[in-house]
Write a protein that binds this ligand. Structure first.
Ligand code: MN
Length: 515
């Protein structure tokens, strides 16, 4: 048994497949880079057979990642296994993760297969997967609700067939800590061949127990935990990676085992994921929430000033939360910006630094002091990758309480093909007018589902960050924009969505043209 817990990150598979969390290929690649920077052991990059886009996404990640193992999910059938095998081919270290349901409910109503048939399918899939890689993981879907003797039989057959990781998922988030500890103890001691494989836990948070159950599985002998950043995933989500990692580290005295995660990168990676998917992290979220290291009450502040450990069990800097909030200004140079971004957990390529530096100079001209949170917003804005084809040429809005005049927005947009178009909209609300003008110029009808503006940093000249969620006829998109001007930030967020829709349409048209 290994002396540490492997972190199997499924942000890009289980997380990405949850409604409202889908990412483009480029965004998945940026997230994979962040996960590699965190030193997770395995990146589950997608489900190769799901779509050509998934396949290409996994392949691109396999080509880029050098340290972590890159994994693709596959059902126990030939097409899925072969697609996964091809997708992970470029990886330095590649894994196929194949699964089949084993519980009575799934056997009878979903698969309509008997016990023997399922064992046969599992064996055939694992043997085929082994033709592509030595690193094969097998999951008994809905393992928690599977009869123990049958679970043991399937697992033994899987080990015999060549699986080296055995995953025992709580697919429906049903188990409790005591129960799962006991199950892992049973499997790691009773299963023939148990010493030669790693047992893995995959817990869902339907009862809010995913992290507790994953830790309990480790107590029972699990040496791999499947988890996702910010706890994203199907339904209530997966075990939150930042929580399980920091629990093992902070309570090493209790668990006696750790991971190899570079925890200083956690906060940056969490922020990046939130920006890319447009799903903000709740303020009170453990480890990565805005309040996780804030001390507001007088008694707490007094204690922390005397000795931080009175109310802090972890150091904020250990998860990459900056506490010194150094200020940069318009005379700060490229090196200072790069250094600051790195302190905040972001690694910038020369190209990224160049474009962020330009935005930084503009911002430093608009406001005197540039705080860490401003820099974070610039980096995330760049990472979200909202480049063209449309950009805002000019924007003017009038609004107020004069009942004889409607709020009015005059918007001019420039397309990268050179044309500029202007539209004037009068609507009941000023933001409605802005969004309407953008929709009309770009000929993209959309329904606004959610719109929020928050202040990125303190002070009168603080930067505003706007997020929108918008539905088109076919899909829901999230957009983000930042500026010292609230209206401009909002317009940018809306245009971010328009650009995503247009890029997607262009991509689909080019795929269609190939056929
Ligand atoms: Mn799952």
């Amino acid at each position: 048994m290994t002396d540490r817990v492997k972190i199997f990150d499924t942000t890009l598979r289980d997380g990405e497949q949850a409604p409202g969390f889908s990412m483009s290929a480029g965004q998945k690649l940026a997230m994979a880079e962040a996960l590699e920077g965190l030193r997770v052991d395995v990146i589950e990059a997608g489900f190769a057979a799901a779509s050509p886009g998934d396949f290409e996404g996994i392949k691109a990640i396999a080509e880029m990642v050098t340290e972590a193992t890159v994994c693709s999910l596959a059902r126990c059938n030939e097409g899925d296994i072969r697609a996964s095998g091809e997708a992970i081919k470029p990886a330095r270290s590649g894994r196929i993760h194949t699964f089949i349901a084993t519980s009575p409910l799934h056997r009878e109503f979903k698969l309509k297969m008997d016990k023997d048939e399922i064992v046969r399918r599992a064996i055939a899939a694992i043997e085929l997967a082994r033709q592509y890689t030595d690193d094969v993981e097998f999951s008994c879907e809905d393992a928690i609700r599977t009869e123990r003797d049958y679970l043991k039989r399937v697992v033994e057959a899987a080990i015999q067939a060549g699986a080296s990781t055995i995953n025992i998922p709580d697919t429906v988030g049903y188990t409790t800590p005591e129960e799962i500890t006991d199950l892992f103890q049973f499997l790691t001691t009773e299963v023939e061949g148990a010493d030669d494989v790693i047992f893995s836990a995959h817990c869902h948070d339907d009862l809010g127990l995913a992290v507790a159950n994953s830790l309990a599985a480790v107590r029972g002998g699990a040496r791999q935990v499947e988890c996702a950043l910010n706890g994203i995933g199907e339904r209530a989500g997966n075990c939150a990676m930042e929580e399980v990692v920091m629990a093992l580290r902070t309570r090493r005295d209790f668990f006696g085992i750790d991971t190899r995660v570079r925890t200083e990168g956690i906060y940056g990676a969490s922020k990046l994921l939130a920006a890319i998917t447009g799903n903000a992290v709740p303020r009170n979220k453990a480890i990565v929430g805005k309040n996780a290291f804030a001390h507001e009450s007088g008694i707490h502040q007094h204690g922390v000033l005397a000795n931080r450990e009175t109310y802090e069990i972890m150091k904020p800097e250990h998860v990459g939360v900056s506490t010194d909030n150094l200020v940069l200004g318009k005379h700060s140079g490229r090196a200072a910006l790069k250094n600051r971004a790195e302190k905040l957990g972001f690694t910038l390529s020369d190209n990224q630094l160049q474009s962020i530096f330009v935005a930084f100079k503009e911002l430093a001209d608009a406001k005197k002091e540039v705080f860490d949170s401003d820099i974070e917003a610039l980096v995330l804005g760049e990472a979200v990758g909202s480049v063209g084809p449309w950009e805002i040429e000019s924007l003017y809005v009038s609004a107020g309480s004069d009942e004889h005049r409607m709020p009015k927005a005059t918007v001019a947009l420039k397309h990268k093909d050179g044309r500029t178009q202007t539209h004037v909209s009068e609507m009941a609300g000023p933001m409605n007018a802005v969004f309407d003008a953008i929709s009309r110029i770009t000929d993209t009808p959309m329904t606004l589902e959610h719109y929020a503006v928050t202040s990125v940093s303190g002070g009168e000249d603080a930067m505003a960050e706007a997020t929108v969620r918008v539905a088109t006829e076919f899909e829901t998109y999230q957009g983000r924009g930042a500026s010292t001007d609230t209206v401009l930030a909002s317009a940018r967020a809306y245009l971010d969505v328009i650009n995503r829709v247009e890029r997607r349409t262009v991509r689909q048209a080019s795929i269609a043209a190939q056929h």
